[in-house]
Design a protein around this ligand. Structure first.
Ligand SMILES: Cc1cc2nc3c(=O)[nH]c(=O)nc-3n(C[C@H](O)[C@H](O)[C@H](O)COP(=O)(O)OP(=O)(O)OC[C@H]3O[C@@H](n4cnc5c(N)ncnc54)[C@H](O)[C@@H]3O)c2cc1C
Length: 509
């Protein structure tokens, strides 16, 4: 029996925009759906990409696996380096430093996670800084890196080294383009100047390019970056503005010449009216100042940035303006917004590329037919909102849990009211160090514990079950973990040596 018109499967997808969002979507969809769906991508060289977005989180390796990407080749082609976490300097107080590392902290025992035993041992002066109990946070400042060796014993910390990548965002889009085109994605160069909707349903039927070409499709993915050409300009999905919680609204980005070996971590240094990133690549170092225009002017921000980078700048600082928040609907009618078109959370925890990845996998799970059942859209939007909000709260935590009072900016963020969910997380952790991950929220226990402690929230107590373990057993666990982590890190090569051996890029022309 033939399908009814409403059950007709989607046959054509048009992706508008060719930044990381566009090409990640094109590569993943063409790989997963094969020849059943024809994928087209439209991009405009004249408009170009945002060109920042160089630090990632470990989830990206699952995406690369889906695409069958060879890691060494990927790192080589994107001038990539490896990332064990983020070093936060001057956040809780000027002079403070901690690493939010990927992976785990210590080893759990019985009912309790390791940090609960650490809290008790520390209260009696028998434990050192929490960073000494995790492979990533010990290895990162020492400049050590390796991927898990295949012969590492299962219970060794080396068996599960969690890491992400730093890469050149422009090379990344180029790399994915090659992959997607080889999988059959058709690319069209041109600027979209009009979007045509069905006069009754409002569904998008086609986009029109400047050269007169019309591109029609069943489903459109809006990857036009901050322009949000389809989801906002055409469908008016609406925007939730979170500037009152995350007041940074501008960035200046400037690459500089590389000085010394690349660190296996991103650095985030808190500044008078925001923070500065440092991302080491093989051929250069990426830098940027993310700041609030309410608290510092552009010229002063440029001055702060240029005075504090560690190599000669390769170009003038590139100004970027943004509003933190997200679309009220990321999926509306037959348009799904992925990437900056859907929303933006500042890059403090390198979450934007992750949000692209999870938007794509959510779309695949809830992939519609031509009937575009509203239940699918509703679930997509609810899950996306939840994901954005939980990440938003995690980022707010960095600003709010601080003792800094040396500028109007820090006085504002320290004393502002925060979302209720974040307040509950902070209250619970302050009480006895607990954290409960809600549903599918992105950041888990290790992340929240490290950032809460790093920002100076020390729990008043520990969980009572810690006392059910004999004191000597508890202390020997804590001391054993410290020793094992140190001895394993000693076996790791230096980050630059690992890269030289496995994935050194060719020098740029
Ligand atoms: C300051 C800053 C730092 C960041 N750092 C990080 C980070 O460290 N880690 C991270 O994960 N993310 C980071 N991000 C986010 C990251 O840059 C983006 O999420 C990512 O690059 C995806 O961008 P995009 O593809 O959505 O948009 P863009 O790169 O802006 O691409 C938009 C595309 O749409 C096309 N386009 C637009 N209008 C039209 C039109 N009319 N016709 C045809 N084509 C059109 C453009 O040509 C382009 O191809 C950062 C963002 C900012 C602002």
């Amino acid at each position: 029996m033939p399908h009814s018109q409403t059950k007709r499967p989607i046959r054509t997808i048009a992706i508008i925009g060719g930044g990381s969002a566009g090409w990640m979507s094109a590569a993943a969809i063409s790989k997963s759906f094969g020849a059943d769906i024809q994928v087209q991508l439209v991009e405009s060289e004249e408009i170009g990409l945002i060109g920042v977005g160089e630090a990632t989180v470990p989830h990206l390796s699952a995406f690369n696996r889906l695409l069958g990407i060879d890691e060494a080749e990927f790192v080589r082609q994107t001038q990539g380096t490896f990332k064990l976490g983020i070093q936060f300097n001057d956040w809780g107080n000027i002079g403070d430093s901690y690493v939010h590392g990927f992976g785990t902290i210590g080893r759990d025992l019985g009912l309790m996670p390791f940090h609960q035993y650490w809290l008790k041992a520390r209260a009696t002066g028998q434990a050192k800084d929490i960073s000494l109990y995790s492979l990533n946070t010990v290895a990162a400042p020492l400049g050590k890196f390796m991927v898990a060796p295949s012969d590492a014993p299962a219970n060794s910390p080396l068996a599960e080294i969690a890491y992400a990548y730093h890469f050149d965002a422009v090379l990344y889009a180029r790399y994915l383009r090659k992959l997607a085109e080889a999988q059959g994605v058709k690319r069209t160069e041109g600027k979209v100047i009009a979007v045509h909707q069905n006069s009754e349903s409002g569904f998008v039927e086609s986009v029109q390019l400047e050269n007169g070409t019309t591109i029609a499709a069943d489903l459109f993915i809006d990857c036009t970056g901050f322009r949000a050409l389809l989801i906002e300009d055409t469908l008016h999905a609406g925007f939730e503005d979170w500037t009152h919680w995350l007041p940074c609204d501008r960035a200046l980005a400037v690459p500089c010449e590389k000085i010394g070996a690349p660190t296996p971590y991103t650095r985030s240094t808190a500044r008078q009216a925001g923070w500065q990133w440092r991302i080491p690549l093989q051929h250069r170092t990426g830098n940027g100042y993310v700041y609030s225009s309410q608290f510092i002017n552009d010229a002063d921000a440029a001055d702060v940035l240029l005075k504090s980078i560690d190599g000669r700048p390769i170009s003038d600082p590139k100004p970027i303006r943004f509003t933190t928040g997200k679309r009220r609907k990321l999926w509306d009618k037959n348009v799904i917004a992925i990437g900056l078109a859907g929303g933006f959370l500042e890059p403090l925890e390198s979450t934007a590329i992750f949000l692209i990845q999870s938007g794509i996998s959510r779309l695949m799970s809830l992939f519609p037919n031509m009937d575009f059942d509203p239940a699918l859209q509703k679930t997509y939007n609810a899950q996306a909102s939840f994901e954005y909000e939980r990440i938003r709260d995690f980022i707010i935590l960095h600003y709010h849990a601080t003792e800094r009072d040396d500028s109007d900016f820090w006085n504002y963020v320290r004393t502002m009211s925060v979302p209720d969910a974040l307040k509950s997380y902070m209250d619970l952790f302050s009480a006895n160090g607990q954290f409960f991950r809600e549903g599918t929220e992105m950041f888990g226990l290790t992340s929240w514990v490290q950032v809460m402690l790093g920002q100076g929230i020390m729990p008043r107590n520990y969980h009572p079950a810690v006392d059910w373990v004999k004191n000597d057993d508890m202390l020997s666990l804590v001391h054993h973990v410290e020793k094992v982590v140190a001895s394993n890190v000693a076996l790791m090569p230096r980050h630059e040596d690992f890269i030289a051996r496995h994935c050194a890029a060719r020098p740029m022309q």
